[in-house]
Design a protein around this ligand. Structure first.
Ligand code: ADP
Length: 412
């Protein structure tokens, strides 16, 4: 202590030049020297702190821990910063507490140990740190809000994209429908031009010839031409019906009518009509013992299916061949087999046979539109039925149709 009293002027001159507060304590923690900054920081008059315990500058609640700390520090006696990693507080004369940063420097003069504490009032820095913390928190909140908003916008955008995609898909679908319908019209026009030309020419020739056979004994010739006319009109009528059928299937306007009818009625009608188209020596075998069978189905559809398949069998088979129409009941299904000994379908083209307008290469010499099988399949599928086939080029084809029906085996 005496040292500092003696040298007080030297200490004063040196310490007053330092802006940090300087507090020197002896090993008993008694303050032996302070500079003006320290007095000012802690709110004391000059020299007022001298002889006081260091504890007057430390808040009561830290006294205990500080004592241990100080003793440990003097024992190890090394220079260091206090408060790194934890908050240090000082207490002013008026009792107010404030945050400080302290650097401790132990030294010895004439065998006496001292510690010089360099003290900075970091109230402002803490305030700034607090401000920065608050600003950071605000920023984080803002970022969170913005992120939330962004998520929301992304969600809205995704929904918008989904709606647009749906609208686009709808538009594409209606465009496709329109294109299909246009294609249908174009096809129809080209078919009318090509497919109708030959039969219409035939009808005109037959009609002209009929006009020339005026004699009574020429009735046979007249009948023959009348058959040709009927035949060709029937052919044209079939094409028109096919087109109407496609249009109805396409626009979803098909109305199926279920009724109860004898199976033999439809078969007889179909075979009767097909007989008019037979080539020389062709014959249709069909079951004659089915008078008892009553079925519940759309009669017109069975007729359409069978006549299409039998007409194809006739058309794509040569003279002197047999066409077989077989009927059987297989597990709640009524099965028809139409078997011919005709040109068959080339293997590589079999996969396309139900595609609309598709015609196999070996069939192109015969008249046709490539529509029939497509319609047949659509109707059958609509009604829970099916159509399959097996075929060998040059040997013949077998078409198998199955439809779900309620049969009634027994006379009505
Ligand atoms: P179209 O007979 O008017 O061409 P379809 O849709 O009825 O139209 O038949 C499509 C194609 O399937 C035919 O062009 C032909 O190539 C082939 N086809 C259908 N039935 C037979 C059959 N019984 N024998 C050989 N080929 C057939």
């Amino acid at each position: 202590m005496k040292v500092f009293e003696k040298q007080s002027n030297v200490f004063r001159i040196l310490s007053e030049a330092v802006s940090e507060g300087i507090v020197v304590v002896n090993k008993d923690q008694i303050i032996v020297a302070t500079n003006g900054s320290a007095d000012e920081i802690f709110g004391y008059d000059t020299k007022e702190l001298l002889g006081k315990s260091l504890n007057v500058l430390i808040p009561q609640k830290y006294h205990h821990s500080h004592k241990d700390h100080f003793e440990g520090f003097v024992t190890h006696s090394e220079k260091r910063n206090m408060g790194r990693g934890r908050d240090l507080f000082g207490v002013r004369k008026d009792g107010t507490e404030f945050p400080v940063e302290a650097g401790l420097n132990p030294f010895t003069i004439y065998d006496n140990d001292y510690v010089m504490a360099l003290i900075i009032d970091i109230t402002q820095r803490k305030e700034h740190e607090q401000k920065i913390k608050e600003l950071n928190t605000q920023l984080e909140h803002k970022i969170e809000e913005r992120t939330e908003e962004l998520h929301h916008t992304i969600k809205e955008l995704k929904e918008e994209v989904k709606l647009r995609q749906e609208a686009e898909a709808k538009m594409k679908e209606s465009l496709k429908k329109e294109r299909d319908l246009n294609e249908l019209k174009t096809k129809f026009l080209s078919l009318v031009s090509h497919e109708f030309k030959t039969p219409l020419g035939g009808i005109l020739t037959s009609a002209t010839l009929i006009g020339k056979y005026t004699k009574e004994e020429q009735q046979l010739k007249r009948d023959k031409h009348l058959d040709t006319i009927k035949n060709k009109v029937k052919y044209l009528d079939n094409i028109l019906n096919d087109f109407l059928s496609i249009e109805r299937l396409e626009t979803g306007k098909v109305n199926y009518k279920f009724s109860h009818f004898p199976l033999s009625k439809v078969i007889n009608e179909v075979v009767y009509n097909a007989n008019m188209l037979l080539k020389d020596g062709q014959r249709i075998n069909y079951p004659i013992d089915i008078d008892d069978y009553m079925v519940e189905f759309d009669e017109k559809i069975i007729e359409l299916v069978l006549s299409n398949l039998i007409h194809n069998a006739v058309k794509y088979s040569g003279e002197n061949t047999v066409i077989d129409l077989q009927v059987s009941f297989e597990n709640e299904m009524l099965a028809f087999r139409i078997i011919d000994q005709g040109i068959g379908i080339p293997e590589k083209e079999q996969q396309f046979i139900f595609k609309r307008y598709f015609r196999a290469e070996n069939a192109l010499l015969d008249q046709g539109t490539g529509i029939g099988l497509n319609i047949v399949k659509s109707h059958l599928e609509n009604l829970g039925g099916s159509i399959t086939f097996t075929s060998k080029e040059g040997q013949g084809s077998t078409f198998i149709v199955k439809i779900p029906i309620i049969t009634n085996h027994g006379k009505q």
